[in-house]
Every structure is written in structure tokens, then in C-alpha cells.
Design a protein around this ligand. Structure first.
Ligand SMILES: Nc1nc2c(ncn2[C@@H]2O[C@H](COP(=O)(O)OP(=O)(O)O)[C@@H](O)[C@H]2O)c(=O)[nH]1
Ligand SMILES: [Mg+2]
Length: 204
């Protein structure tokens, strides 16, 4: 949920990196963390379970500076893709303003990608969010792999991108497509926010 503080003129948006286990979600946040100057970001906070070191989710706050007179912040989250963390995935998605779906382009992961996308729809729905209109971009990660080992962006589009949202071929390990995906989802989120904001609401 976007938090708008009119008194202090601050906007905070939540963006969630969603996708199957090991598709490269954490790698996206690590790249962003490395590239963004330290005065524009916090540290990556990674939440581990008590009993083992498996990560629950990662969190990275970013400061975009002033946009239309508002100090604008993005809170980036990743979900754990492993099947046993279904409840965590669901909780992390709550209040998401936008989603980067990180698909794993490895050929054998096609079913997992489709399954994760179906889960995304179910979870969004359970939070009262329409999966057909939520700001979304598709990032087809690991496109650096040899062509015989991966599914092409066009093929992934056919299986995953029925909404025809922006799609980004990526190799997050070396940063390719990382900021493109972040920019695309941020643009979609701010666009939706501008459309929903009414002067009457702003008075309160
Ligand atoms: N070849 C390749 N490997 C990647 C890419 N992005 C991530 N990986 C690797 O995929 C594995 C899982 O990445 P991680 O970010 O932990 O996945 P997560 O479970 O989605 O957070 C790691 O070994 C990464 O180094 C990529 O673009 N290309
Ligand atoms: Mg991860």
C-alpha cells in the first residue's frame, strides 16, 4: 500500500520481487544495492528463520529523491520461492504497489514459472488486489545462458505475459536488465498512483 504523508510531503511505495525459487530475485536486490550510492539506500536486510539459515525475505529501502514535490521512497522486497514458505510469500505480498515477476529462463523451469505466476494471482486476490491491473513487469532472467539451455523471451512471453506488460530480458548476475525492470515497475506504480489521486482526497 502506498503511504502518502501530505504534511511531510513523503510517498513510500512497496515493490515485491516475486518468482520461483532461485530465479534471481535476491541477485536483483544485491545489484541495486551495489550500484546505488549509499546516501540513497539503506542496507539489505535479510530475514532468516530461527531454526535454519534459510532466508525468509530480503528488504532494501531506496530513496528516489523529490518527485512532483514529494520525497519518494521505494521499499523493495523479495519473497522466498521454496514451496514450504507459502505463508511468507503471501504475507510479503500484502500491500504491494507493484510486482517484478522474476522468471527463470532455464528451459527446465518453465512449469515452475507458470506455477509461481498462478500463485501470485491467488495471493493478490486473497489481499483484495486485482491481478489483472496491479502494476507488473516481467523480468526474464538468466538470458545469459546458452540458447539451447534456456527459453527465449518470446517463448516466455507466450506462456507468462498474457497481460502484455513490459518484459525485460535480463542477466541479473551482471546487472543486465535490473534497473530497466526497476524503472518500469516504478513508472507503472507512480502512474497508477497519479491516476488514483483525486484533489478531494488530498485535502484530508
Ligand atoms: N546464469 C545466471 N545465474 C543467475 C542469474 N541471476 C541469478 N543467478 C544465480 O541463480 C542462483 C539463485 O539466485 P538468487 O538471487 O539467490 O535467487 P532467488 O531465490 O530468486 O533469490 C544463484 O546461484 C545466482 O548466482 C543470471 O542472470 N544468470
Ligand atoms: Mg532469495
Amino acid at each position: 500500500m502506498t503511504v502518502i504523508n501530505y504534511q511531510d510531503r513523503e510517498i513510500t511505495c512497496k515493490i515485491v520481487y516475486f518468482g520461483p525459487a532461485r530465479s534471481g530475485k535476491t541477485t536483483n536486490l544485491q545489484w541495486i544495492h551495489e550500484q546505488v550510492p549509499s546516501d540513497r539506500r539503506g542496507d539489505i536486510v535479510s530475514i532468516a528463520t530461527q531454526s535454519d539459515r534459510t532466508l525468509f525475505f530480503d528488504f532494501l529501502p531506496l530513496d528516489l529523491g523529490v518527485i512532483s514535490g514529494f520525497t519518494t521512497r521505494l521499499n523493495l522486497y523479495t519473497v522466498p520461492g521454496q514451496p514450504q514458505y507459502e505463508s511468507t510469500r503471501r504475507i510479503v505480498l500484502k500491500g504491494a504497489d507493484g510486482v517484478v515477476f522474476v522468471a527463470d529462463s532455464r528451459a527446465e523451469m518453465l512449469d515452475e514459472n507458470a506455477g509461481a505466476l498462478a500463485d501470485l494471482h491467488v495471493y493478490l486476490h486473497s489481499h483484495g488486489v486485482d491481478p489483472r491491473t496491479v502494476p507488473l513487469v516481467m523480468q526474464y532472467n538468466k538470458q545469459d545462458l546458452p540458447s539451447q539451455l534456456r527459453t527465449s523471451s518470446d517463448e516466455l512471453d507466450k506462456v507468462l505475459n498474457y497481460r502484455r506488460v513490459p518484459r525485460i530480458a535480463a542477466a541479473a548476475l551482471r546487472g543486465a536488465g535490473v534497473f530497466h525492470a526497476l524503472n518500469a515497475v516504478t513508472t507503472a506504480v507512480l502512474h497508477q498512483l497519479a491516476e488514483r489521486s483525486r484533489p478531494a482526497e488530498q485535502v484530508a
